[in-house]
Design a protein. Structure first.
Lengths: 109, 207
C-alpha cells in the first residue's frame, strides 16, 4: 500500500482497503509480557516512558518494518529503542543480553 | 539497536529444536535488564501479566449493566468515564475514558486509525481485526459498509458516529439496553453485553 506524500505509514484512516477479516488469536506469553512491560513503564509511579513515546517509536519503524512486524513485535522494538535513547539501557548491554538469553534457551552455551 | 535478521513468520525448525524468536529474545533481555536495574521487580512483572489476563470484556460488560440499572451511575459514567469506572474499583491507568451512549436513532462505533488505542482496561487487549489495515482505513470512510461486514445493518435513518481514539483518549460504547429485559438481574444483563457491542460493531440481543 503506497501512501500519499507526507502521510506516515501508520496514518491509514480513509484509505482504500479490502474487507475486514474477523481474525483473532490468543496472545502468547511473550506478548503478554511485552504488554506487562509497557504497563509497568508507563505507570504513574515510574513514568519511564509515555504512551505517546511508544506510538512515536512505532510510527518511526519505517514502512517496511511497520507492515512486516506483528503488533507486539512493533511494541517491543519501540520500547527498546526508547529505553536506549533515554540511556536506561545501552545498545551494547542489550546485544550481549540477547545473545545470552538465546544461548540459554537454545542450549548452545 | 541491533538489526533484526530477516523476519519470517513461517519458521521451519529442526524437529525438537528450541528456537527463540528475535523479538522474544529482545523482550526477555529488556525485562531482565530493567529488573536488574531496579526499575521494577520480577514480582511486579508476574503481577502485571496476571492483571492483564484478568482484564477481559467482562469488566466492560459489568460497567454497562450497572449503567443500565443505576441512573446515577450512568450519569456519572457519561460525565467522566475514568472516574466512574474507578469508583467500581477498576484500575484505569493513565488514559482518559469517554463513554458514548447509543440511543434510539443514534449508533456509536470506535476505531483507532493511527494505531490500536482501545479501552484495554475494560476489554482486555484488542482483537486482531481492530488493529488491521482494513478496519482502521475504512471505518472512517465507509463505516456502514464495515458494520455490514460484521452483520450489523443500520437503517439509513440512524445517525452513525465513529470515534477515532488517540493515545490518551479511549472510547467505550454504551449500547442500548434490549427491549424485554426489565426482569433481568444486573448479572444477567452483563451476560448480554459482548465485546463487539462495546466497540460498536454489534448490538446486544435480548435472550
Amino acid at each position: 500500500m503506497t501512501n500519499e506524500p507526507g502521510r506516515g505509514v501508520h496514518d491509514m484512516g480513509g484509505l482504500p482497503a479490502g474487507p475486514v477479516k474477523p481474525n483473532e488469536h490468543d496472545y502468547a506469553m511473550w506478548e503478554r509480557q511485552v504488554d506487562a512491560l509497557m504497563v509497568l513503564l508507563i505507570n504513574k509511579s515510574r513514568r519511564v516512558i509515555t504512551v505517546d513515546e511508544l506510538r512515536r517509536g512505532i510510527e518511526g519503524l519505517g514502512a517496511g518494518a511497520y507492515d512486516r512486524l506483528s503488533y507486539y513485535e512493533r511494541w517491543i522494538a519501540s520500547i527498546t529503542q526508547i529505553l536506549i535513547e533515554k540511556g536506561v539501557i545501552t545498545n551494547d548491554e542489550l546485544g550481549r543480553r540477547m545473545e545470552a538469553v538465546k544461548a540459554r534457551f537454545e542450549g548452545t552455551t | 539497536m541491533a538489526e533484526p535478521p530477516d523476519h519470517n513468520h513461517d519458521h521451519h525448525h529442526p524437529e525438537g529444536a528450541v528456537r527463540l524468536d528475535y523479538y522474544e529474545a529482545m523482550q526477555l533481555a529488556v525485562a531482565e535488564l530493567l529488573i536488574e536495574k531496579g526499575i521494577f521487580s520480577a514480582d511486579d512483572m508476574r503481577r502485571e501479566v496476571e492483571a492483564m489476563q484478568a482484564r477481559t470484556p467482562a469488566k466492560g460488560a459489568a460497567v454497562v449493566a450497572r449503567a443500565w440499572t443505576d441512573p446515577a451511575f450512568k450519569a456519572a459514567l457519561l460525565k467522566n468515564g475514568t472516574a466512574a469506572c474507578e469508583s467500581l474499583g477498576i484500575e484505569m491507568g493513565p488514559t482518559h475514558l469517554v463513554v458514548v451512549e447509543n440511543t434510539p436513532g443514534v449508533h456509536n462505533a470506535v476505531v483507532c486509525t493511527l494505531c490500536s488505542c482501545y479501552p484495554r482496561m475494560l476489554l482486555g487487549p484488542p482483537p486482531d481485526w481492530y488493529k488491521s489495515r482494513p478496519y482502521r482505513s475504512r471505518m472512517v470512510r465507509e463505516p456502514r459498509a464495515v458494520l455490514a461486514e460484521f452483520g450489523l445493518r443500520l437503517p439509513d435513518s440512524t445517525v452513525l458516529r465513529v470515534h477515532d481514539s488517540t493515545a490518551d483518549m479511549r472510547y467505550l460504547v454504551l449500547p442500548e439496553r434490549p427491549a424485554g429485559t426489565t426482569s433481568l438481574s444486573e448479572g444477567a444483563l452483563a451476560a448480554l453485553v459482548t465485546r463487539d457491542c462495546m466497540i460498536g460493531v454489534a448490538v446486544p440481543k435480548a435472550p
